[in-house]
Design a protein around this ligand. Sequence first.
Ligand code: GDP
Length: 436
Amino acid sequence: MFDTLSDRLTAALQTLTRKGKLSDADIDATAREIRIALLEADVALGVVKTFIARIKERAKGAEVSQALNPAQQVIKIVNEELVGILGGETRRLNLAKTPPTVIMLAGLQGAGKTTLAGKLALWLKKQGHAPMLVACDLQRPNAVTQLQVVGERAGVVTFAPEPGNGVGDPVDVARRAIAEAKHAQHDVVVVDTAGRLGVDEELMKQAADIRDAVEPDEVLFVVDAMIGQDAVTTAEAFRDGVGFSGVVLTKLDGDARGGAALSVREVTGQPILFASNGEKLEDFDTFHPDRMASRILGMGDVLTLIEQAEQAFDQQQAEKAAEKLSSGQLTLEDFLEQMLAVRKMGPIGNLLGMLPGAGQMKDQLAQVDDKHLDKLQAIIRGMTPAEREDPKMINGSRRLRIANGSGVTVREVNDLVNRFFEARKMMAQMAGRFGF
Ligand code: GDP
């Protein structure tokens, strides 16, 4: 669903990774790209404005991390703000202290409420609950049968008015259903309600009456992510007409732009609890703002790398090394320290796999596996502090001693010493490129 948005955001941020230092003009240009990407994806204007203002403020502000280069910092900020508009923390379903927990579904016709009732029932059942579905959509022809069918597929009981009694009273059905749930010891009740093609007062009144009759623990507003900007106006209408405690996004598998769905949380102030992404009952899960944000940014791996870099970072050590790097005075001791710092972040193969667009470099560095690094570490540890400080003093007899002491061949020691200067150069390049 968010493919185009994802591509555009990635492109906007990728231009930054080629820059060593970001000017305010760079940040403004990137912010402009992000703004266009969000608007084209249908994210509500007000949400885009707030989002962009915060990104600019934070990117230009004092929030400077020594562990990350400027591009990584901006990516981190965009990610955090995206998680923020999606709701921050994952919001779990509120379960009543004394069962049954009553969950009422509300939304327009076709939003996916009935399907969701089945999905929710199956999901609850898998978590060890004994849910019951309640058919309060007595308007749409076949809505009751449809609910019974999804209920059967999920393997749960559906409470419905007897057929043939004409149009029943949904409020009465809801009331009787709760009594039945208590009697039959169902601990969660999911109430499906009628929707209309558009928002109207009668619909809101009926939903509000059902709400008052069943006193739900959760009212979930179900919204089709494919309906564009209407999602926002519909959400506002339901917020004012019925009120809801959470949102469920449906049809996230569609290829529409979906940005409106991203605005619902920010506009209504209510969290997104679940996301539906297909017609099958299994196509459904808890909504995690952080996972959705990194999916939209298409940079899951880079974000992990950024996190790890921050954790493994030792500011003093890095400053010292950076100084030496720039003056060309890096010693084997520093080399060892740097290697250990990088290795704290995990197996080297994983790290290399996470580097964005480092194609050529990746091939070269792929040969540097962990065993090889172990050996380099052992050789350097076999040297005296003076040798580490000034590798030029390592003559033939010293090489033999180091080789014997660290269990390697003289050739391997030669290799290390000879390639040390090369490595120093490469590390200087990497430091510039990825901020290690
Ligand atoms: P209701 O009127 O709100 O009860 O909506 P329905 O549950 O009847 O759903 C309307 C249509 O959307 C049906 O054809 C469903 O199969 C379909 N639908 C529901 N959820 C999803 C979803 O997450 N993805 C897709 N692709 N289709 C869905």
